[in-house]
Design a protein around this ligand. Structure first.
Ligand SMILES: [Zn+2]
Length: 418
């Protein structure tokens, strides 16, 4: 009998962790870390204690209490067996912290699969000093459509579209049928055909676990496309006489490459913080220019030739930059990510103080409610599990599908049952 249980992403956006068990074998889909700057016991300046990081996370419920997943020394002192039992494997959907952030603690005997691009992104982040906590995980890259047989399971990886390269959906074949998991997914990005092809490939699945980010916050409207974001950025560069400041999320590598090309055509150089520049260079992006104070004179004398990517921590540099009404700050899904982050208000206060206008031009990595319905209707599963959402009960199943709301931590749903 195959069973499924949920160890994160229940009632919250992020931290997806789905366990599928059969005959003592276990597949963990995603192994994320809660990322919520404005919430949780570890926030602001309060962090897990050095030397006890995973133990502290486990004891407050911030990591799944699962045996034979973590390195023995990372769970020392807890009543939780560490080290691989040879029957556990992890499959990661994409390179966002809330899906991959705990893999640095996974025992080396537990294989961790992901896409080849996810492996590339994580290796470039590690090389740039921005890897996951606990150590560099040994990731195994899978090609599009590649399958892995693990004990009684057969797991196939499919490419899907999200706001990071290498995003994947998985199909896990169990004795009670196929379990499909979207990871994070959308239909308004650059590759909607990938997301739809995944949904078609798992048509008739026994169970379908779908993210439901946009079912939160009473969200209803359609999402703008990545192409529309490019057009807005193009227009801003053409109409801003002075300096353009920007906050772009670096892991959206396709948007980074697109913005680099747009800036180049507009005669502007984008200056990136050193860590981001190192990440892009390790990924093989050419001609990445670094922002540091040695650039101040050049930016001051020719602000119209530059775009500066800002980190909130260095925002006082606005006092030395040619900002004000002729400049603009472009928020394109970078940090601070949203109003839930206390830094968001700090940044806005500084921009108000310097009379610098703010433009938000991003789009979400997550499918709109209508597109979520379209994906569910395409898959037409027996059982629907909406996950990674504050209001999963807003996803109404089509006729022929029953919806089960995931419960956190250990409640096992038998996939054979009704
Ligand atoms: Zn994501």
């Amino acid at each position: 009998m195959a069973e499924i249980s949920f160890w994160g992403g229940v009632g919250v956006i992020g931290s997806s962790k789905i366990l599928i068990e059969q005959d003592g074998w276990r597949i963990l889909l995603d192994c994320g870390l809660d990322f919520s700057p404005g919430a949780g016991l570890f926030r602001s300046h309060v962090a897990p204690r050095p030397g006890h990081i995973l133990q502290d996370r486990l004891r407050i419920g911030g990591a799944p209490w699962l045996p034979h997943l973590y390195r023995p020394e990372a769970v020392a002192g807890l009543d939780l067996p560490g080290g691989s039992d040879g029957q556990t494997a992890v499959f990661v959907t994409h390179a966002h912290i809330d899906h991959i952030g705990l893999t640095g603690w996974v025992d080396p005997g537990v294989p961790i699969y992901c896409s080849i691009d996810t492996k590339r992104v994580m290796e470039a982040l590690t090389a740039a000093g921005d890897g996951v906590e606990g150590g560099e995980p040994a990731l195994i890259g899978l090609a599009d459509g590649e399958s892995v047989t693990f004990g009684p399971f057969r797991v196939t990886r499919y490419p899907v579209d999200h706001d990071v390269i290498g995003a994947s959906g998985y199909a896990v074949e169990t004795q009670d049928g196929v379990v499909g998991f979207t990871g994070d997914i959308r239909l308004h990005g650059r590759h909607p055909e990938k997301s739809l092809a995944f949904a078609q490939a798992i048509h008739g699945a026994r169970a379908f676990v779908i993210e439901g980010t946009t079912l939160s916050f009473g969200f209803k409207s359609a999402q703008s496309t990545e192409v529309a974001v490019d057009e807005q950025f193009t227009r801003i560069l053409a109409t801003t006489p002075g300096l353009v400041l920007m906050s772009l999320y670096p892991r959206n590598v396709e948007r980074v490459e697109s913005f680099l090309a747009i800036a180049r055509s507009a005669g502007r150089t984008i200056l990136w913080p050193p860590k981001m520049a190192a990440f892009f260079t390790h990924l093989g992006i050419p001609d990445v220019a670094v922002w540091d104070e040695s650039r101040l004179d050049a930016v001051r004398s020719h602000p119209e030739h530059y775009v500066v990517q800002m980190a909130v921590a260095e925002i006082p540099v606005l006092l030395d930059l040619p900002v004000g009404p002729g400049a603009v700050f472009v928020h394109a899904n970078g940090e601070p990510l949203g109003v839930f982050d206390p830094d968001y208000e700090v940044l806005q206060d500084w921009l108000k103080f310097t009379h610098t206008p703010w433009w938000g031009i991003g789009t979400s990595g997550h499918a709109s409610p209508d597109d979520l319905n379209r994906l569910v209707e395409t898959v037409a599963p027996d059982i629907l599990f909406p996950l990674h959402s504050q209001e999963p009960d807003r996803l109404i199943p089509p006729p022929g599908t029953v919806r089960w709301l995931p419960q956190r931590g250990g409640r096992r749903f038998a996939l054979s049952g009704r």
